[in-house]
Design a binder for this molecule. Sequence first.
Ligand code: APR
Length: 308
Amino acid sequence: MDRKVAVIGAGNVGASVAQYMAEANLADVVMVDIIEGMPQGKALDLTQAGPIRKYNCSVTGTNKYKDIKGADLVIMTAGLPRKPGMSREDLLNMNADIVGSAAANIKKYAPRAYVIVVSNPLDIMTYHMFKVTGFPANRVCGQAGILDSTRFRAFVAMELGVAMADVQAMVLGGHGDTMVPLPRYTTVAGIPIKELIPNDRIKAISERTRFGGGEIVKLLKKGSAYYAPAAATVEMARSILLDEKRLVPCSAYLTGQYGIKDIYIGVPAVLGAKGVEKVIQLKLAKKELSDLQKSAQKYKGVLKEIGY
Ligand code: APR
């Protein structure tokens, strides 16, 4: 294939990204992980599924960053989940170290690549990737909004008993408790959900979306969600690799849009061959805008904790 994607971290999210990428025949995939043998083993396993799942791209695994050389796109999934007794600050600093060292290697070995960050805390790690690589802002974005809105879409479809694909949704803000689901911009085949679902149920679905990741962590007991996060990531990768120009919510760098500056946060954006090609400015209601700005304010504080 003439397209190459490097996936940093071959854990649950990384390996699922590799699987979905291969099944869509999007690019040759190389997975990088620090655990010896693990990315190689998963890559071999995925390769052997190829004849049945009908893909022709190559899937390889490595422990060396130099093997990402020539990647058109890098997907950053390495990072630690929180363990009992660990504070959010501990996780923040540990993941910042992991993302920082990956970013330095991406800059060294794949200086022309586009980067999608998935590691948490998402909006913070995306900013960190942007700063350490020094890449232009259009080449670095974070995956969160598609995941949050696909959760919203799934819940709406379940509520109404309609096809998942017919539901479109928009969720803005940080990937966390401060996310801002926008029922106003959520439709089923073009029909606003306000005409289909009573207000109290919309509120309940919005809340479930806001804590959608936490609900899964609680059920799994160890680790966090990976199928939907990986599917959402591959949707973004596809739009960049194939220049589809999808309009999706993603973590993008703001330079004053929505009254917010020098931060990565979830907003609607057009993704194409030039990465984040455009940030769309919606006319938000007062409360929606203040929720988004509150979300940004919170992240400004967190960025300070890692020295920005
Ligand atoms: N370089 C490469 N890989 C690394 C590094 C590093 N410096 N440090 C850790 N890893 C690898 C781990 O060895 C592990 O295989 O990252 C992988 C993470 O995989 P999981 O623990 O299965 O975590 P996962 O569920 O995939 O989540 C990864 O995505 O959604 C977010 O919150 C989640 O930040 C987390 C990330």
